[in-house]
Design a protein around this ligand. Sequence first.
Ligand code: ASP
Length: 477
Amino acid sequence: MPANAKLALHWKILIGLVLGILVGLAINMMWDAQTWASMGIDDPAAWVEGTKVEGVNQEPSIIAYGARFVGNLNSFVGDLFMRGLRFIAVPIVVFSLIVGASSLNDLSKLSRIGGKTVGIYLMTTAVAISVGLLFANVFKPGSFVSEETRDGFVAQFGDQAATKIEKAHAPDVWDTVLNIVPQNPFNAIAQGNMLQVVFASLLVGIALTLIKREKALPVIAFFDAMTDVIIKIVEIVLIIAPYAVFALIVEQIAELGLDILGSLAVYSLVVVGGLLTMMFVVYPIGFKLLAGIPYSRFFKAIAPAQLLAFSSASSSATLPVTMECCEKRLGIKEEVSAFVLPVGATINMDGTALYQGVAAVFIAQLYGMDLTVMQQLTIVLTATLASIGTAGVPGVGMIMLVIVLESVGIPLEGIAVILGVDRILDMCRTSCNVTGDAMVCAVVASSEGAIESEAEVEARLAKPMDEDPVEEGPLGD
Ligand code: ASP
């Protein structure tokens, strides 16, 4: 294919995203119960699901069949892609971490990387909550919502909020640490328990360095080849990324309550403003101080991961793409990225922590509570723990918010107020979560001399396909 005919993947994803937003908005604004009625459908939800409802007039026209088919096809493409990403997540971590750990020939290097990773993750999370608290205190989003609106939301979403509140339980620190060690590594793999998978893979990798070299080498070669196989599968899955991003976004935007967005506009803007501050002010400053590479290079390299995180609202599902971007486009060595990124996708949620900080203060403001400095410090602590305990899947950040609210006695029913805009904010905070993981990965890699220069990356990407078939893929440059 001629070079100029190849549009880089992040541009294609961006086009999918923008088109998805536009089409979703058009459906949201122009397609309502009346539209369905004109197609002979009185119960659209039942029609879309294909269930029969007694006593309801369903005389579908051909257009209704067409609309349902297109809707189902759309969900199919989105779900297929998400399945593809989940399919890859565990194997890519297992294979590449075993290879990575087995190439670290001294344990002190491993503990140094581990220490730096966890330390910087905790630091960025605490900074993120502080930014959230600062923004919420300065802009006071709670003062823009009247008592009636608040009570209206509580009446409308109270039941849904109650189910979320029930699901929340504070993690026990001892259990959490103990749980990193799997009782059965195969079970950890089957369940996709990422910290256990990381632990087991590290252990196997380290043990490989401790047995006779001639016995270890074929095993390492096997996992090395399997890593290449999985990377190839990532690239195959990524071929449908632009369409899948379109499919995922259309569905979300079409279902978004735009009227709700109106009354929660200031709150939403404060969260988004905080997230943008993290991504465009805090991370670049940290980057300048700690990593030796320009932020623009970093940002360009990880764009596909950020866009996918936004569309899927799941840092775990995005993990294979984050790894691919960091390794292939930024030139970070596997021994660092295969450890730092899966741990980050599980415990480092800067965006979630920031959102929890803003949401806590916002709900407190809604109920006329003035939070003391001590209470705000408690929020920093509990939101750090809550974000660590948040799984990298959609919507969990809001469930863990319950723990933050409980720690300072903020009314839990306030969750009902912010529920309607949670998905869109989830998409934004997940982008920040993934950016934070990749940022720390680059910082750790540069401190270990485990990152290629821009020229080296370019030279590697320019290598002809037959020299190394794994290098060429849809990610482009
Ligand atoms: N969806 C977020 C993530 O996957 C977690 C959350 O804040 O709900 O990173």
